[in-house]
Design a protein around this ligand. Structure first.
Ligand code: DQA
Length: 145
């Protein structure tokens, strides 16, 4: 069986998971989440590629790269760029690979400025509020697409 390729893109400050506001984002690091995704990916026939950057343009480039690599889907936690980035909205619209928006926290229960999601305007769907488990649920959803 050929493995499906899923890109997992992470935006600003997510490199600090585990240390960053653990009451909101939990105690697992991004490496922990990557290891969990890789493990679950094996049973789903999915090869997971994990990326993180604090720079908006890197996320745009990786969305294009995912498309060119023939990715089956992209999981995108754009961090704060979720709420500000028209460039990410346009990048998602510029590719055909489905993008699943992921958040550890539930932005709708937080400050008003987090209620708007440019990413969500173009995403296939959104999974938010389940901590690290949000990524696992998103991988399951990707597998079923
Ligand atoms: C986040 C939610 C965003 O509002 C915030 O800016 C983040 C993390 C989440 O995973 O809960 O950086 O995307």
């Amino acid at each position: 069986m050929t493995e499906k390729l899923v890109y997992v893109l992470n935006g600003p400050n997510l490199n600090r998971l585990g240390k960053r506001e653990p009451a909101i984002y939990g105690s697992q690091t991004l490496d922990d989440i990557g290891a969990m995704l890789e493990e679950r990916g094996k049973t789903l026939g999915i090869s997971v590629l994990l990326f993180q950057s604090n720079h908006e343009g890197d996320l745009v480039d990786w969305l294009h790269e995912a498309e060119d690599a023939g990715a089956h889907a992209v999981l995108l936690n754009a961090g704060a760029y979720t709420h500000t980035s028209v460039a990410l909205l346009d990048a998602i619209r510029s590719i055909t690979a489905p993008v699943i928006e992921v958040h550890l926290s539930n932005p709708h229960t937080r400050e008003d400025f987090r209620h708007k999601s440019w990413v969500g305007m173009a995403a296939k769907g959104t999974i938010a509020g389940f901590g690290a488990q949000s990524y696992m649920l998103a991988l399951e959803a990707a597998a079923g697409l």
